[in-house]
Design a protein around this ligand. Structure first.
Ligand SMILES: Cc1cc2nc3c(=O)[nH]c(=O)nc-3n(C[C@H](O)[C@H](O)[C@H](O)COP(=O)(O)OP(=O)(O)OC[C@H]3O[C@@H](n4cnc5c(N)ncnc54)[C@H](O)[C@@H]3O)c2cc1C
Length: 416
């Protein structure tokens, strides 16, 4: 079913009896050409592009729980391409360009809003670093603009410009960045993939791989064995646990990342802002809640809930930036499991096992990567060669020392 204004009017006049389910509830078939493990944003986008762009007809997505229940439905919804390094910026700019046409491509309203992001500057050294970043973005075809204090004050008058420790000295803006309704992205890709013939199988946990003579023949699941010529893993925070079943140890640690939403307020925050003297990022949802987050909880975990010390840490950073935040009540908070790689950048690569492919290490930032990650992983699975924008996301960069250390934090996941 195609969605349109006419369809809406027709359904409104006929008692809304014509709507059909957004995707089929498929049962597992004994064999597929390609099986994707993980029904998050990346797995569903991969399946969609495999079917639509690469003509793959026998594809299944296996999801242990329900579509949208993982990080794709738990993030703070920020999309942007304000990266510095060559290995990253072309990939994230490719992703932002896909975001820009995504709703038309999927015929699905994902509430993509290019309301802009502003990275605040609090020191002269930080200004130098952000000018460099802005130039790198422009060289890669992205947009970037350095804003003065007066320009920022006009847009965000409630920020604490004269904070004695962290005065605001300017900001780097990317006007094409913004937000998207996170779970609608999962639903839109699921609907798109399903309409191209992909089987989306929920409540189907992969419990093991069948590997014979160095070749992956398929997956063991809670709904039986499923044979496949190729298996792509896209399980984000569960990457370590899943790949251990293939006896692989990844350069990835799993940590909890929490998100917070305040009570609904009148419009106060027109775009996304990030604090440059701590880890705090904030936007306002269309319902009025301030949506914000900060650092990961500093211990390894597979639990989808965080602890109170990080609540205090994030709220302190928020208060340093915008003291009025203290007057708003916190309505809800939740945690997701993020797959922190050792250099803060992702991996989209073949494994040493034939027919087994991996996509993970997305850290805090995989939501904005969803379209490009899906496209690049589909490219790899279909052609056995990396997509040009994702060519640096290889496993062997850790062995060869070709890290893509965007933050310059070294091999310390808790700092990325
Ligand atoms: C609180 C929070 C805020 C964030 N904010 C942002 C942000 O503002 N911007 C941004 O770009 N990124 C953000 N991120 C990161 C982003 O959400 C993730 O990097 C991205 O969603 C991960 O990819 P995914 O959508 O495929 O993951 P998921 O949605 O987690 O999908 C993985 C799926 O795999 C399934 N699975 C796991 N094991 C198995 C198995 N054995 N068998 C079958 N299925 C399995 C899981 O159930 C899950 O549904 C945030 C993350 C969190 C937690």
């Amino acid at each position: 079913m195609r969605y349109s204004g006419f369809r809406l009017i027709k359904e409104a006049l006929t008692g809304h009896t014509g709507w059909t389910p957004v995707w089929r509830d498929a049962s597992p078939q004994p064999r597929y050409d390609i099986v994707i493990i993980g029904g998050g944003g990346h797995g569903l986008a991969t399946a969609y592009y495999l079917a639509k762009e690469f003509g793959q007809k026998r594809v299944a997505v296996l999801e242990k729980a329900w579509v949208g229940g993982g990080n794709v439905g738990r993030n703070t919804t920020i999309i942007r391409s304000n990266y510095l390094l060559d290995g990253n910026e072309p990939f994230y700019e490719f992703s932002l360009k896909l975001w820009e046409g995504l709703e038309q491509d999927l015929n699905y309203n994902a509430m993509i809003s290019q309301r802009g992001i502003l990275n605040l500057i609090h020191s002269d050294a930080q200004r130098d670093a952000f000018i460099r970043r802005g130039n790198a973005m422009i060289l890669n075809g992205a947009d970037a603009e350095l804003l003065s204090v007066a320009q920022i004050r006009a847009r965000y008058p409630f920020l604490n410009f004269d904070n004695a420790r962290f005065p605001i000295k300017g900001g780097l803006a990317q006007h094409r960045a913004g937000t998207a309704r996170h779970d609608a992205v999962a639903w839109g890709y699921a609907r798109g993939a399903d309409s191209c013939g992909v089987d989306i199988i929920q409540n189907c946990e992969v419990t093991g791989f069948r590997i014979e003579d160095g070749q992956c023949r398929g997956v063991e699941t809670t709904r039986g064995f499923i044979a496949a010529d190729k298996v792509g893993c896209a399980v984000a925070g569960s990457s370590g646990r899943l790949m251990a079943k293939a006896e692989m140890r990844l350069p990835i640690e799993s940590h909890v990342l929490q998100a917070f939403v305040s009570e609904g307020l009148k419009p106060v925050m027109p775009g996304v802002i990030t604090f440059g003297a701590g880890h705090f990022y904030c936007s306002q949802s269309d319902k009025g809640g301030l949506v914000f987050g900060g650092d990961i909880d500093g211990y390894n975990s597979y639990a989808q809930r965080g602890n109170l010390d990080m609540v205090e840490d994030v709220c302190e950073a928020g208060m340093a930036l915008m003291p009025a935040l203290g007057r708003a009540r916190l309505l809800r908070m939740w945690g997701g499991i993020v797959d922190m790689s050792m250099d803060g950048s992702p991996i989209i690569d073949r494994t040493h096992i034939d027919g087994l492919y991996f996509n993970g290490g997305w850290c805090y930032g995989g939501f904005k990567a969803t379209p490009a990650s899906g496209y690049a992983f589909a490219h790899l699975l279909a052609t056995d060669s990396p997509h040009p924008t994702a060519a640096a996301y290889r496993f062997d960069r850790f062995e060869k020392g070709r890290m893509i250390d965007e933050r310059g934090a070294g091999a310390q996941p808790n700092l990325h």
